[in-house]
Design a binder for this molecule. Structure first.
Ligand code: HEC
Length: 219
């Protein structure tokens, strides 16, 4: 009987789940994560600092860590990407207050340090592509992925001025940057994984040779 209700539950979840889209009212676009290219991540960081950081903090991350990880000389970084006089060792917090944000925008822009883990990269990528005109909304725009979103289409001018392919590259770099920032040590771990496997392979080869020698003695 228990098994029956369990199967029933699974079946109903599947039936109700069938109409669900992975990205709001549409399916997410495919997105290939790549956090190994520093030039792309630097582009993403630059877009982020220019277009997003006014509203969205990255408060679990430090300026200096990002600069080091992405190979950006610290003086260049301070000169070009820190606008509020913060020190490189500080956390990436912003000064927008909750009350002001709610007054001006109707919602508080959430911190985005972990966004790529909360929402998934393909969600962010598709979201940034899915704004459309809707005169019933305060900013004249709406979003297919996040219905009635309070965020204006901050990349509107960029999207209008670039060929689609180039715009997609901008938001793809931006998304990859958010993936990097949500787990900054992922790249080190992946590299370490390769070394560990190499070590195991070498060690196994030696162990096997030794085993062969011992086996000879046993005969
Ligand atoms: C003018 C302020 C403002 C700017 C600039 C801005 N956003 Fe937003 N953003 C918001 C607000 C407000 C929300 C919350 C929307 C809501 O709850 O309806 C939001 C929500 C989001 C969300 C969804 C968060 C969630 O999981 O619910 C993402 C992702 C996001 N913004 C990314 C970006 C990116 C990337 C940029 C830069 C290209 C950016 N935002 C620039 C105000 C802003």
């Amino acid at each position: 009987m228990k098994l029956f209700s369990f199967l029933f539950l699974i079946l109903t979840i599947n039936v109700f789940g069938a109409d669900e889209f992975s990205c709001g009212t549409i399916e997410c676009d495919e997105f290939q994560v790549n956090i190994s290219n520093n030039a792309d991540l630097q582009n993403g960081l630059s877009t982020y600092m220019n277009y997003c950081y006014g509203c969205h903090s990255l408060q679990y991350s430090r300026y200096k860590r990002v600069a080091e990880d992405l190979d950006i000389p610290i003086d260049l970084y301070v000169e070009n990407l820190i606008y509020d006089g913060s020190k490189p060792g500080e956390l990436m917090k912003i000064s927008l207050s909750k009350d002001d944000a709610i007054n001006w925008l109707g919602a508080y822009p959430p911190d985005l340090t972990l966004e790529a883990r909360v929402r998934k990269p393909e969600w962010i990528y598709t979201y940034l592509k899915s704004y459309y005109s809707d005169s019933s909304r305060p900013y004249g725009v709406n979003n297919l992925v996040y219905k009635n979103v309070s965020m204006p289409h901050v990349l509107e001018d960029l999207q209008a001025s670039l060929p689609e392919e180039n715009y997609n590259k901008v938001i793809s770099d931006l998304t990859n940057f958010l993936v990097y920032v949500s787990d900054p040590s992922a790249r080190e771990r992946q590299q370490m994984g390769v070394y560990v496997l190499l070590f195991l392979f070498l060690f196994t080869s030696f162990a096997f040779l030794l085993y062969r020698e011992y086996k000879k003695e046993l005969k």
